[in-house]
Design a protein around this ligand. Structure first.
Ligand code: SAM
Length: 233
């Protein structure tokens, strides 16, 4: 229960908590305190958050809230907040709402309950982690998340090639080689790939598109894991 000190009344609170993108030590003190204090945690996958909670010996009621159930659970969460509960939202990794569920729910709660506290508990995101070690001027950049797989992909790629500032993408191991082929065809110059950030096999692979393609051809084991792709203008 979240109590407003001035009135002594219960006020609902929604905390949107960033969690590690690999290394379980990447969690803020405030995030841990929030996870310990809340009434309930809504998680994209309860098994994933359970590992983090076990590491920090936190026991809390868990509910699933993934992309498919995000809006189905919205009214249930609204009721909890109206009853003065402290609700936490986490995704599988990094910051909720960044290529992850959360944004639609937060938008809905803002409309339904304008007086409820919605707080960000900031922390890791693959996007900022990658940019922080890419070694490029990131005063301005465009983040596109995952490119569409089929419809709209070519248009998105053409727009990328017109950009005068770096473009940051998320990509899966199934499509990284395909993406590099597409970038080669479009004559992209320099790419920086941040792989497995904060994990044992963390690496930055950078150079011309041909250099990076050659690296993956010579190191097939590197075509695994999670990738942030930065395309230099
Ligand atoms: N909400 C997350 C965030 O704040 O970064 C992003 C979630 S999105 C579903 C997952 C994608 O993020 C992965 O496919 C990959 O592109 C990127 N990603 C997540 N963790 C990563 C890591 N440790 N290293 C590199 N990329 C990562």
């Amino acid at each position: 229960m979240n109590i407003e000190p001035s009135t002594g009344l219960a006020v609902g609170k929604l905390s949107v908590v960033a969690t590690p993108i690999g290394n379980l030590e990447d969690i803020t003190l405030r995030a841990l305190r929030t996870l310990k204090e809340c009434n309930v945690i809504y998680a994209e996958d309860t098994r994933v958050i359970s590992k983090l909670l076990a590491r920090y010996e936190i026991k809390k009621p868990l509910q699933r809230l993934d992309a498919a159930t995000e809006m189905k659970k919205a009214d249930e969460i609204t009721t909890r907040l109206e009853d003065g509960e402290h609700v936490v939202l986490v995704s599988d990794a990094g910051t909720p709402g960044i290529s992850d569920p959360g944004a639609r729910l937060v938008g809905y709660i803002r409309l339904q309950l304008p007086n409820i506290i919605i707080e960000a508990i900031p922390g890791p995101s693959a996007l900022t982690a990658a940019l922080s070690i890419a070694g490029i001027d990131s005063a301005g950049f465009t983040f596109l998340g995952f490119l569409p797989h089929k419809k709209g992909r070519q248009t998105a790629l053409s727009k990328i090639m017109e950009s005068e500032i770096p473009i940051v993408l998320y990509e899966s191991p199934h499509r990284i080689v395909k993406l590099l082929k597409e970038l080669e065809t479009l004559k992209a110059s320099r790419v920086i790939i941040a792989r497995e950030l904060t994990k044992v096999h963390e690496e930055i692979i950078s150079g011309t598109v041909a250099d990076v393609q050659e690296y993956f051809a010579m190191h097939p084991e590197a075509v695994r894991g999670e990738f942030v792709v930065i395309i230099a203008p």
